[in-house]
Design a protein around this ligand. Structure first.
Ligand SMILES: *Cc1c(COP(=O)(O)O)cnc(C)c1O
Length: 424
């Protein structure tokens, strides 16, 4: 879609955009929930991505090898379980702009945040504060608060939360930089969501990392809503650590295995504190079962337990698709889809008294638009569901719509607009 293309909110026009979409065929690789025998308009890939049709075969392979080999599957399975997680590393690393050795799929997101903070939040008497965004995802808030308490510090004193300015929905990035500067002697850690889950605001991770490092703080990101949504360059941006889940944009299924990044520069430091387990121990000597922990000099060091193979098999099915498409093509389609969604919302507004307000910033966004429908409560969301549209609802009044480039179409957006207009 050329930047100058004149958009129209008609079915024919939406279908013409689909016809010109180089990623059109990928929709057929996914399983869609149905409503009245028709695929729903699924706008919740930011919450739980759809199932690739190949997922069951990937899992079945491991079930078969388990039945055929029992414990020996660790070595004899088609994809031996012992190093199974390594099959995911390179493809995952590409998606987040990391080196393979900086990347590991393991555990779950919040668990990984904790494990990484054990290594990277090391408060001293002088430098102990954590800076985060206000209204961070609750799990992140609990993780940060409990880390602070764990170190015997006072949450009120140690946690700096950046709020949107009065009457605004998104954070002014200048306020982040000002706060970093203001706390330059006491700031230990910056831990922000790369994309705010509520507003869809994307933060300038490169600039925040630079600003944090300039004052001597460690910088980590929660990439739950960024991984598989945006083009990330974690290595190049010099981010210290990051964690994400794979069941949102990365389609690994409910509760799928999490991901983590630790910058190369930290990997040779064998003195970093960490909570250790046998899967983080040097592979050559792991089964000697000796007393002394010898850390792997890659992000694998933070693994504690052996890998959840069935969950990893599901994750692999999706990562293989991502690898085929590439983040360049995905983000290009993402921009077009999101622009079209924004356009149809503006068109509806012309007829409906400007009742819809998009709070996601136009410049800093991925494929999620958070919309406030003024004068309508949760009932509007419920009605959308009963009419075959699945967005999601966030208290107090936001409907989040995420047209996902891997499987959503321009036609989906047109259908959404038709249904929404009827309901308003
Ligand atoms: C989805 C999400 C989580 C969920 O955490 P889990 O540990 O995977 O249950 C945490 N933080 C953010 C920012 C999220 O978007």
């Amino acid at each position: 879609m050329a930047p100058t293309t004149e958009l129209k909110n008609t079915l024919d026009f939406a279908l013409s955009l689909d016809a010109g979409d180089p990623l059109k065929k990928y929709r057929e690789r996914f399983l869609f929930p149905k409503h009245n025998n028709r695929e729903v308009v699924y706008f919740t890939g930011n919450s739980l991505g759809l199932q690739p049709k190949t997922t069951s075969a990937y899992i079945q392979q491991e079930l078969n090898d388990w039945s055929n080999f029992g414990v020996e599957g660790h070595f004899l399975a088609k994809n031996p379980w012992m190093p199974y997680h390594e099959l995911l590393t390179e493809k995952m690393a590409k998606i987040v702009g990391a080196l393979p050795k900086e990347t590991i799929m393991m555990n779950q997101l919040t668990v990984n945040l904790h494990l990484l903070m054990v290594s990277f939040y090391k408060p001293t008497k002088q430098r102990y504060k954590i800076l985060c965004e206000a209204k961070a995802f609750p799990s992140d808030q609990y993780a940060l608060q409990s880390q602070i308490k764990f170190h015997g510090l006072d949450i009120e004193d140690a946690l700096i939360e950046i709020q949107p300015r009065e009457g605004e929905f998104v954070i002014n990035e200048e306020d982040i930089f000002a706060e970093i500067e203001k706390n330059k002697d006491t700031l230990a850690l910056i831990m922000i969501g790369g994309v705010n889950f509520f507003s869809g605001q994307v933060f300038d991770m490169k600039a925040i990392t630079e600003a944090g490092h300039k004052v001597g703080a460690v910088v980590g990101f929660d990439l739950a809503h960024a991984a598989g949504n945006l083009k990330l360059k974690l290595h190049e941006w010099n981010v210290d650590f990051a964690a994400w889940c794979s069941y949102k944009y990365l389609n690994s299924g409910p509760g799928g295995v999490g991901g983590a990044f630790v910058h190369e520069k930290h990997l040779t430091n064998v003195d970093l504190p960490l909570f250790a387990g046998w899967w983080g121990h040097d592979k050559q000597t792991r089964f000697l079962m000796e007393k002394t922990f010898v850390p792997i000099q890659s992000a694998e060091r933070w693994q504690i337990s052996n890998a959840p193979i069935l969950s990893m098999a599901a994750c692999r099915a999706s990562l293989d698709i991502f690898d085929e498409v590439g983040m360049d093509a995905l983000t290009e389609k993402s921009r077009n889809l999101t622009k079209y969604l924004e356009f149809v919302i503006h068109e509806i507004n012309k007829e409906k008294n400007n009742c819809l307000q998009i709070i996601t910033p136009q410049k800093n966004r991925g494929c999620q638009l958070s919309v406030v429908a003024h004068g309508y409560g949760k009932a509007l969301y419920t009605k959308l569901i009963t009419h075959g549209v699945i967005p999601d609802w966030r208290e107090p009044n936001v409907i989040r719509c995420a047209p996902v480039p891997l499987y959503n179409s321009f036609e989906d957006i047109h259908r959404f607009s038709t249904i929404l207009k009827e309901l308003l």
